[in-house]
Write a protein that binds this ligand. Structure first.
Ligand code: SF4
Length: 63
């Protein structure tokens, strides 16, 4: 499993990560980011793409 952490203190909720990894990241009804903190290894490429596009560098893989 991949553990993901998003620094919500710096996330601007623009949602670029949602386009790259819609399985992992979503914007809720209030346009706030929600994400799965733990995902299957098969989603690594998506998560890495989301990390790459995040303008705030808010996403990281914990382990
Ligand atoms: S791309 Fe980064 S700043 Fe934008 S919503 Fe995702 S985590 Fe937040």
């Amino acid at each position: 499993m991949i553990k993901i952490d998003v620094d919500m203190a710096v996330c601007q909720h623009y949602g670029q990560c949602v386009f790259e990894a819609p399985t992992v990241f979503t914007l809720n009804a209030d346009d706030k980011l929600e994400y799965l903190a733990s995902v299957d290894d098969s989603l690594l490429a998506e998560v890495e793409s989301a990390i790459d596009v995040c303008p705030m560098q808010a996403i990281r893989i914990v382990e």
